[in-house]
Design a protein around this ligand. Structure first.
Ligand code: SF4
Length: 448
């Protein structure tokens, strides 16, 4: 990423519109030849994606050559060009999309249950806005490694003349404006508990629209291009939730900034309601993607979390109506607990107070089979897990379901297992099953 202020020292004196492959691109400076070549590649990739349904490009340019500016200007220019193409079509050729009906899309245990007051305005707005946006133009998701890198990209975006609806996706930890919740270790859990509280709840949640509709975020407003801190400061001023405001803004945005995990990790994607189908994905500093992809396919489960999940599943099995769904999951977790107990004293010592054994490919499959997770049985388990995750995400009042960390653990476990068993198990050699015992800083022992 280029953040050098001197990478383009000479602003264009007259017109700063450059026609690249038929697309008018506004560039804040007189572009170097390398920048024109870079933007031309971006546009030809997007054009090919439009014709073929998808297309990837791996673009490299030395530090200080204005990559970020070139990426932003060319992709937004193409997006606007595409928008104009759509608008010039006769209205009858554009059909209404189906509303997003899959409740899992709103799930993952992170999205709140319906507002206790019965106010469902925010989620409805989100769905409608998404459907409308998809009609016109693909959303640009600009993903970077950290939030501070995103801030640098936004500084570059400010230099351009483009002003499209934008949003930044980030966690509650960054956005929460409830002074009793922000700064806590477990902001997610506290927030979800508050939103279930039909009496108290969270005042800021009810005021999230005051943030989203704040005049400073509108066209020409001082925060039309905003950073996380800007949205938080608006939230603090109007006593509204910046986290849910950012989600609504993202549903309507043409340009969404986010960390890699919001694009690469399917659990985070579902939790944050990020639908990347048909979108333009820009992965800045893509050499980090391998690590992120590895993280996305990995689940770490500690023994006490496993026990808590087992206990919750055991409770749910006692309900006759729910047993069909939860019994197979309970059996699997019990199988994992038993498997750990048998092996934990026979692990290989790798360093002081750290013991580890790993299995990969067919050996990992054999171990999973001993637990009760076979290639043939996995689809049945996955169906049960999907129902359990859906029930937890919907959290219908009066219906029992998995909660908090247990829900997240089950989702993470089945996400990794689905990668492991995908393609009839042909990717099993890319994954490793590991069991380790080590001493935590607080002195307790932990198994995975
Ligand atoms: S301000 Fe938003 S994130 Fe914070 S507790 Fe309230 S609803 Fe949750």
């Amino acid at each position: 990423m280029d953040t050098s202020p001197n990478s383009n020292p000479s602003p264009s004196p007259k017109s700063n519109i450059y026609h690249i492959s038929g697309v008018p691109v506004e560039f804040p400076y007189k572009p170097y030849g390398s920048q024109l070549a870079f933007m031309s590649r971006v546009i030809s990739t997007l054009e090919r994606a439009r014709r073929q349904g998808h297309c990837n490009a791996l673009l490299e340019s030395p530090t200080g050559t204005g990559k970020t500016l070139s990426l932003l200007c060319s992709s937004i220019a193409w997006q606007l060009h595409q928008n104009r193409r759509h608008l010039s079509k006769p209205p009858s050729s554009v059909s209404e999309p189906n509303e997003v009906a899959d409740p899992l899309i709103h799930g993952g245990g992170f999205i709140p249950d319906p507002d206790p007051s019965g106010n469902t305005e925010m989620p409805q707005q989100t769905t409608k806005a998404k459907a409308h946006k998809k009609l016109l133009t693909p959303t640009i998701y600009y993903a970077s490694r950290t939030h501070s890198q995103i801030s640098q990209v936004i500084r570059e975006y400010r230099k351009t003349s483009y002003r499209v609806p934008m949003a930044i996706l980030a966690s509650r930890k960054h956005y929460c404006t409830n002074k009793y919740v922000c700064g806590k270790e477990n902001v997610d859990d506290v927030c979800k508990l508050l939103l279930k509280d039909t009496i108290g709840g969270c005042l800021e949640f009810k005021n999230a629209n005051k943030v989203r509709n704040h005049p400073s975020l509108q066209i020409g407003g001082c925060f039309e291009v905003h950073d996380i801190e800007d949205l938080v400061s608006i939230g603090q001023r109007v006593k509204g939730c910046s986290y849910f405001a950012a989600q609504t803004l993202a549903a309507e945005a043409q340009l969404v900034f986010c960390p890699y995990s919001y694009i690469i990790n399917p659990i985070v994607r579902r939790a944050m309601d990020v639908d990347i189908k048909g979108s333009i994905l820009i992965l800045d500093e893509a050499h980090n993607v391998e690590d992120m992809a590895r993280d996305g396919g990995t689940v770490d489960i500690e023994e006490d979390v496993l026990h808590a999940l087992q206990a919750e599943l055991g409770q749910l099995c006692m309900n006759d109506n729910l047993e069909m769904t939860y019994r197979p999951l309970y059996d699997v977790i019990q199988g994992i607990v038993g498997w750990i107990n048998i092996r934990k004293d026979n692990l290989q010592r790798c360093e002081f107070e750290h013991y580890l054994s790993t299995w990969t490919g067919d050996k990992a499959k054999q171990q999973l089979q001993q637990i009760g997770i076979s290639q043939q049985y996995f689809p049945v388990l996955q169906e049960c897990a999907t129902k359990a995750i859906k029930a937890g995400a919907e959290a219908v009042p009066g219906e029992t379901h998995l909660t908090g960390i247990s829900l997240i653990t089950l989702e993470g476990l089945f996400s990794s297992l689905s990668y492991f068993f995908s393609g009839n198990g042909c990717h099993a050699n890319d994954y490793q099953l590991a069991l380790q015992r080590y001493v935590k800083r607080d002195g307790s022992k932990s198994d995975i």
